[in-house]
Design a protein around this ligand. Structure first.
Ligand SMILES: [Zn+2]
Ligand SMILES: [Zn+2]
Length: 312
């Protein structure tokens, strides 16, 4: 199961119930955090996300609302005795940002932290999941991220393994995890011979801050979830253009073009209060639009079907 948790859905000014941007993808003992807005540490605890999981952080760009929570989160992890290494990825200025934090506010961690300056491309690869960064269209170099999860193999079929003569034991485990094995007879067995059909991939795309752009449209093709900023309503379309943001209608057009299953509108300006203007403008174009809410959880089963849980 994959879980997507909104830790911060605010834009520009944090409001009660709408923290600065931060989104978490949880799968197989991993926590993948996208952006680390101010006070993300508190939301992280509220979400019961687990401080000592395998973890990587992906920053979209170095605007204050997306990074000010990073130091606090790392310090919190240290206070709680995290030991596992942690990797942070983002545009090059992130290196200076972390260095200045280390040199001025005593940001030392109890665990190894590595910061990587990245550009476009595959930036994270594990057995069943990967993340690709792509450049979007904002003020300064900004990245969006595409997360794809797909089990390396389909379900293991013991009867097939027996048929071929693979003895029950460690070889079964190797085949089930996608490795080719060799029998004592010298015959090699491919995992595809003893596993069923693979589940479809599950794709989640995060736009970062951006004008509507092709990079998001292409990455989001057939995504299960598109998390897109929607800073402005149509009446302020000129501001969206001037400041490098997207209107709700434009975000919905991207979702429609990319044929995504669900559009989550986030980072909308505090001027729209509860966001109903943003939501209704998006829904006119793309019916399956929702407003992001802090601590909202969206879970995906192995068929990619989602369930939405709203906080109380
Ligand atoms: Zn920005
Ligand atoms: Zn922003």
């Amino acid at each position: 199961m994959i879980e997507f948790v909104v830790l911060g859905s605010g834009g520009s000014i944090p409001l009660p119930g709408r923290n600065h941007p931060a989104y978490l993808i949880r799968y197989e003992g991993w926590n993948l955090l996208f952006d680390a807005g101010e006070d993300v540490q508190r939301r992280f605890v509220e979400a019961n996300a687990g401080m000592n999981k395998h973890m990587a952080i992906f920053i979209s760009h170095i605007h204050a609302d997306h990074v000010l929570g990073l130091g606090g989160l790392l310090l919190r992890f240290s206070l709680l005795g995290r030991e596992r290494p942690l990797q942070v990825f983002g545009p090059a200025p992130l290196l200076d940002f972390v260095r200045v934090n280390q040199n001025t506010i005593n940001l030392g961690t109890t665990f190894p932290t590595t910061v990587h300056a990245i550009e476009e491309g595959i930036v994270f690869e594990q057995e069943d999941a990967g993340i690709r960064a792509f450049q979007v269209d904002h003020r300064g170099f900004t990245l969006g991220y595409e997360f794809i999860y797909q089990r390396a193999t389909g379900p293991f079929l013991p009867e097939k393994a027996r048929e071929i003569g693979v003895p029950e034991g460690p070889l079964w485990g190797k085949l089930a995890s996608g490795q080719t094995i060799e029998l004592e007879s010298g015959v090699s067995v491919e995992p595809e011979q003893v596993t069923g059909e693979r589940d479809k991939p599950i794709k989640i795309v995060y736009s970062g801050d951006t004008r509507p752009c092709n990079a998001v449209r292409e990455s989001a093709k057939n995504a299960n979830l598109l998390v897109h900023e929607a800073m402005y309503a149509e009446e302020h379309a000129d501001l969206a253009d001037e400041r490098g943001h997207t209107t709700a209608r434009e975000a919905a057009e991207i979702a429609e073009d990319a044929d995504v299953e669900l559009l989550l509108l986030t980072h909308y300006s505090p001027r729209y209060g509860d966001g109903q203007t943003i939501l209704s403008e998006a829904k006119e174009v793309f019916a399956n639009s929702m407003l992001a809410r802090d601590l909202m959880r969206i879970t995906f089963d192995s068929d990619g079907n989602h369930t939405i849980n709203l906080p109380e």
